[in-house]
Design a protein around this ligand. Structure first.
Ligand code: SF4
Ligand code: SF4
Length: 141
């Protein structure tokens, strides 16, 4: 009796559609409210560091090169981020947004998870001071 049930399951498994997705060959659209990789808008940033202070995962560093000239670099540790969204709520200047589509964040090299946002020259200046750091992405945010 049990054997019959087993054969029935095995045969039906041959013709049934798989329950899993054929990722990465097929990708479903991400949910609209997904919280994925953080982005930063330098133009409104005051360098207050509230986002960094409120981040429970210690995933943000605000590096001030020149406060008067508003030269800041935003260092984001993607591998520490829990995507809680607290920094977005904390920022009074609305500089921070969480993208909804960048969820494929796996990488073999851990340095890929350290992202620097800021003006190109400023990011280069920060990296010159710490040559062991690598950049995964740069730009004005
Ligand atoms: S989303 Fe949460 S964990 Fe990620 S950087 Fe913002 S406050 Fe930190
Ligand atoms: S909380 Fe907003 S304004 Fe303050 S440093 Fe962070 S991103 Fe800039």
């Amino acid at each position: 009796m049990k054997l019959t049930g087993m054969w029935r399951d095995a045969l039906s498994g041959l013709v049934r559609r798989p329950a899993t997705q054929r990722y990465p060959f097929e990708r479903l659209p991400a949910p609209e409210r997904l919280r994925s990789k953080l982005h930063w808008d330098l133009s409104q940033c005051t360098g207050c560091s509230l986002c960094a202070k409120d981040c429970p995962a210690n995933a943000i560093e605000i590096i001030a090169l020149d406060r008067k000239a508003k030269r800041f670099v935003f260092r984001y540790h993607v591998d520490r981020c829990t995507f809680c969204g607290q920094c977005v709520v904390s920022c009074r200047q609305n500089c921070l947004t969480m993208s909804t589509g960048e969820w494929e964040l796996a990488a073999l090299d851990r340095r890929r998870f350290q992202v620097h946002y800021g003006k190109e020259d400023d990011v280069a200046a920060v990296l010159d001071e710490h040559p062991d750091d690598d950049v995964a992405a740069t730009g004005a945010g």
